[in-house]
Ligand binder design. Structure first.
Ligand code: NAD
Ligand code: DAU
Length: 340
């Protein structure tokens, strides 16, 4: 297969590219990535010398560039997105631009060139807050944040191209992902890197909201399974099947680093904080996929990776990172002062 992987310099996209180059040496991979604050071409260092890999710096919203790249591929796998919920709460516009309009630009190029597969990497957050049970692919989308709404908007463009132009599309809805090379704004790498430096771990609200954490290797393998073995027109959930609260994440990280509980700090809750996500991944399991990395093992390995790769994450925790950090994190008392 000749693949165009958009957003392939990000956290999950780069794992997918590393796996593809190693497991499918007969494939050709072109990565298109804008290298936003979250993108890092160094994530692709392990494959940089491979003859079947090429990197193109550019924007998925650039129709001319995208049309040129899509002409020579069999499949598109779209990871490119603004991906952090808290940033979407502060400034939703770029999320709509990349996650909705950018998806449309890729779809339009796919329609013109007639690709064999268009895989849209989406998220379990499109189902919204799930009070009980687990979401199946038939459930309605009820996004509640600007980020999840932009991802749902991208999915709906994908559905429109499936229904209107019979484009062979597949959507994956992955759960909260962790592992090496994750930008340190998301809870697990933020807590690990803060704890390494004896800085406070900011837990939103009472820390009871839960997520289903899946290792990035399992998530990327799930996307690969859906791409190669999935049925065109289907959506596939990709989850691990656990439920871990923010408070528990803090305890696990502190335990793995042998740091004191006094580093835990409860801060103002996220606006509209979804309390729980949970997906049923039976459809993908039916294709032979299953998650292989237990959370406690994966988390310990991830902690070890961040300890051994300070040269990767230290430069990222500077300048704009701390400006956003200061704007985003507020003491708990701020809720009371604002009558929240
Ligand atoms: P990330 O933020 O680490 O990476 C996103 C990548 O997209 C970056 O390399 C960035 O430079 C690139 N990008 C952003 N805007 C672009 C544009 N306009 N044109 C080209 N490239 C652009 O994100 P991630 O965590 O790796 O997530 C990848 C995908 O998986 C996203 O679509 C996200 O919604 C989805 N997802 C993420 C998770 C998670 O827990 N991280 C879980 C489920 C689904
Ligand atoms: O579920 C899939 C989604 O997982 C992806 O679609 C998103 O791209 C990805 O960012 C992630 O979204 P979350 O909002 O679930 O991840 P985040 O790491 O931001 O938060 C996880 C939980 O931890 C959530 O309940 C909020 C809480 N949290 C987060 C941060 C950053 C904290 O308590 N403190 C923090 O500092």
């Amino acid at each position: 297969m000749r693949l165009l992987v958009s957003g392939g310099a990000g956290f999950i996209g780069s794992e997918f590219v590393r796996q593809t180059i190693s497991n499918h040496p007969e494939d050709r991979v072109v990565v298109l990535d804008k290298l936003t604050y979250a993108g890092n071409v160094r994530n692709l260092d392990p494959v940089a010398q491979s003859a079947n890999y090429r990197f193109v710096e550019g924007d998925i919203c650039d129709g001319t560039l995208v049309a040129e790249l899509v002409r020579d591929v069999d499949a598109i796998v779209n990871f490119a997105a603004e991906s952090h919920v808290d940033r979407s709460l502060e400034a939703p516009g770029q999320f709509i631009q990349t996650d909705v309009f950018g998806t449309y630009v890729l779809l339009e190029a796919a329609r013109a060139s007639g690709v064999e597969r268009f895989l849209q990497v989406s998220t379990d957050e499109v189902y919204g807050d799930v009070e009980e049970g687990s979401s199946t692919e038939h459930d309605p989308l009820r996004p509640r944040s600007p980020y999840s709404a932009s991802k749902a908007g991208g999915e709906m463009m994908v559905w429109a191209y499936r229904a209107s132009y019979s484009l062979p599309v597949i959507t994956t809805r992955g759960s909260n992902t962790y592992g090496p090379y994750q930008y340190p704004e998301k809870i697990i790498p933020l807590f690990i890197t803060n704890a390494i430096d004896d800085q406070l771990l900011p837990i939103y609200g009472d820390g009871s909201a839960v997520r289903d954490y899946i290792h990035v290797a399992d998530h990327a393998r799930g996307i690969d399974t859906a791409l190669r073995q999935g049925t065109a027109g289907q959506d596939y959930n990709v989850g691990y099947g656990g439920a871990t609260s923010g408070g528990e994440v803090a305890d696990l990280v502190l335990g793995a680093l042998d740091k004191p509980a006094s580093l835990k700090q409860h801060v103002r809750d996220r606006l509209g904080h979804d309390r729980r996500y949970s997906v049923n991944s039976d459809r993908l399991r039916g294709l032979g996929w299953r998650p292989l990395v237990p959370l406690d093992h994966g988390l310990r390995e991830t902690v070890q990776w961040y300890r051994e790769n300070e040269q990767w994450w230290r430069p990222l925790k500077s300048g704009e990172f701390w400006e956003f950090y200061r704007r985003n994190y507020k003491p708990l008392q701020a809720d009371a002062a604002q009558g929240l």
